[in-house]
Design a protein around this ligand. Structure first.
Ligand SMILES: [Zn+2]
Ligand SMILES: [Zn+2]
Length: 258
């Protein structure tokens, strides 16, 4: 080992003595050379190519029957289960905002994999209402969008506005979810959207109703395409979606723990 790399390892260890390094997914203490514990690394529910662009699942797991939503395609690095479900909970409900960066790096990798041929002009996110923004430490969708934009060297612009609060989505059926978000979102400034190829970011996709509604209003305002990318996709379980698997857009309750 070169003397300078020895010094950097020593410095790293010293840093970890004062600021212990934790697994980004489960929060367990780990050795300084790693960012993920061995357990999580071996068990991450990764989505692998080839991917269904309609639902974001690995094609072998897809049960969506290519149901067309208003976004052009969706991609994600992970399924919403196991370590990822716990990690998203830490991020959203224990206010671990620093997780946005490693999560966004994974989103960016999924975008490189699945949207490699697709150029984007702007990154945006599912907005909160003003009241939600006041009651929550941060908007998970916005934070992920900002970090994903940084990773892709694209601008992140708040293109959408949420007009009013909606019922929480996780206990609603697909049809009810679509109705629940209908007319809730509006484009802030149509000129900023005109002819733009938009990348829409959220934390979790469940039925896709929120992403679809936002893609719809962006397209009505003149966006030439809207692709969605999320951190985790909830797999369908026996005719319904995984419990509690609502994205920041789909999980629209005003309470912190919803
Ligand atoms: Zn872990
Ligand atoms: Zn599918």
């Amino acid at each position: 080992m070169k003397p300078e790399s020895k010094i950097s390892v020593l410095f790293d260890r010293l840093l970890c003595a004062f600021f212990p390094r934790r697994c980004v997914y489960c929060g367990r203490l780990i050795v300084p050379e790693r960012t993920v514990c061995e357990d999580c690394a071996a068990n991450l529910p990764r989505i692998t190519a080839p991917v269904c662009s309609f639902c974001g699942c690995t094609k072998a797991d897809c049960t969506c029957k290519q149901k067309k939503l208003k976004f052009d395609a969706v991609c994600a690095p992970f399924y919403y289960e196991k370590a990822i479900e716990r990690a998203v909970h830490r991020f959203k409900f224990e206010d671990k905002d620093f997780l946005a960066r490693p999560f966004a790096q994974e989103i960016a990798l999924a975008i490189h994999r699945d949207f490699a041929q697709q150029p984007f002009d702007v990154v945006t996110f599912i907005p909160f209402t003003k009241r939600q923004a006041r009651s929550r430490a941060f908007n998970p969708s916005e934070l992920l969008a900002r970090e994903t934009a940084r990773a892709l060297s694209l601008p992140c612009v708040p293109l959408l506005e949420k007009l009013f609060e909606t019922e929480t989505q996780h206990h609603l059926s697909q049809t009810a979810r679509t109705g629940n978000v209908f007319g809730v979102y509006e484009v802030k400034d149509a000129a900023a959207v005109q002819d733009k190829r938009v990348l829409l970011i959220d934390d979790i996709k469940t039925t896709g109703a929120t992403l679809s509604e936002c893609a719809k209003v962006l397209k009505i305002a003149g966006a030439s395409s809207v692709h969605a990318a999320v951190f985790a996709v909830a797999k369908k379980k026996k005719g319904k979606t995984a419990h509690g698997s609502s994205g920041s857009g789909e999980n629209t309750g005003s309470g912190k723990g919803l």
